[in-house]
Design a binder for this molecule. Structure first.
Ligand code: G4P
Length: 191
């Protein structure tokens, strides 16, 4: 998505060789108009796939998933990372290891919100090592739903999570893929 690449170049800040800050439009502050444009692009990518549900993970995946759900016209389900009193009943769960935070956490989705009749697209903000996507894919598989594809806004191609999933046969359609970055330049993968 050319507009996202331009946005990253304009507003993104390379914190170090691994972390890109996009807090001004995707994380701490949301550029609502731009996020709706991302939803349109996700809807375009899956326009022939009869998607019935978007699945994401709290927190920063939710706005992008919401915009995709609006454009596709389907509900958005989000996995929670910790159990709270308003999550009850039968749950699909999976373990996710975060390299960024060096910890393993449980993610959970109520069984009632995903079924074998669903055609699911997974949406998230960042794709780094792919652990969050693996956990969400595991939940889709446990539900018996059909996984159509996965779209993250920003894939850090140099961290291999996306390419490993592609090699395993998954459809991974990131909106922007960064192959190299440092404080002076960001190189995007050509489509
Ligand atoms: P992985 O799922 O691809 O293996 O990634 P990892 O565990 O390393 O990512 C952990 C968290 O860090 C995720 O958010 C992810 O979105 C975020 N993250 C990863 N790389 C970057 C980056 O370069 N820049 C920014 N801004 N975030 C990055 P999270 O902790 O689950 O946070 P949130 O979604 O609750 O906000």
């Amino acid at each position: 998505m050319k507009a996202l690449e331009e946005k990253i170049l304009k507003d993104g800040v390379v914190l170090n060789e691994d972390i890109l800050k996009v807090g001004s439009f995707l994380n701490q502050q949301l550029d609502t108009e731009f996020i709706m444009e991302m939803g349109k692009e996700i809807s375009r990518i899956y326009s022939n796939d009869n998607v019935t549900k978007i699945l994401t993970i709290e927190t920063s995946g939710i706005p992008i998933a919401f915009s995709a759900g609006v454009e596709i016209g389907c509900p958005v389900v989000f996995a929670k990372k910790s159990k709270s009193t308003n999550v009850s009943g039968n749950l699909y769960t999976s373990s996710v290891y975060s390299f960024t935070h060096n910890e393993t956490y449980q993610i959970m989705v109520p069984c009632e919100f995903l079924s074998k009749d669903d055609r699911v697209v997974i949406v998230d903000d960042f794709l780094a090592n792919g652990k969050a996507l693996n956990g969400l894919i595991d939940i889709v598989n446990k539900s018996g739903a059909k996984l159509i594809g996965c779209t993250c806004a920003i894939e850090k191609g140099f961290q291999k999570g996306g390419d490993t999933l592609r090699e395993q046969g998954y459809r991974i359609e990131s909106l922007a893929v960064i192959d190299e970055m440092d404080s002076t330049h960001i190189t995007f993968r050509c489509n």
